[in-house]
Design a protein around this ligand. Structure first.
Ligand SMILES: [Zn+2]
Length: 123
């Protein structure tokens, strides 16, 4: 269960990115590679736990799955490897392949609740 440590890292990063007075966090978009080995449901569950008592409390975690793609270094063919990954080139049957994507695990965007417009009350 490494989802908990991922959730903690995400919350930590968002907290650091939150400017003082920015208000609470509404949602966090996360790119999760197909081969990152992360169960989105578990991650959301852990995220909710870690968020409690922080500026992220109640924030929604949105995960975007990044399909795993590989490229054959022999013939240059690219394909979606799927999960479990098929790393054999479908064109030439070669096995010298390069994984182009699928291991992503990064915050794509964070949305903060709109700050209330402060009325000018002095004067
Ligand atoms: Zn090939």
């Amino acid at each position: 269960m490494h989802e908990m440590s991922i959730a903690m890292a995400v919350v930590d990063q968002v907290e650091q990115a939150t400017a003082p007075g920015a208000g609470r966090v509404e949602s966090v978009h996360l790119e999760v590679g197909q081969l990152a080995g992360v169960v989105a449901d578990s991650l959301r569950f852990c995220f909710d736990l870690v968020c409690a008592g922080t500026v992220l409390e109640g924030a929604e975690l949105v995960t975007d799955t990044v399909p795993a793609r590989a490229r054959c270094t022999d013939c240059g063919t690219g394909w979606q490897v799927g999960s479990p990954p098929d790393l054999c080139c479908p064109a030439c049957d070669g096995s010298r392949t390069e994984l182009l994507s699928g291991r992503e695990l990064r915050i794509r965007s964070v949305r903060w609740a709109d700050e209330p417009v402060l009325a000018d009350q002095e004067g």
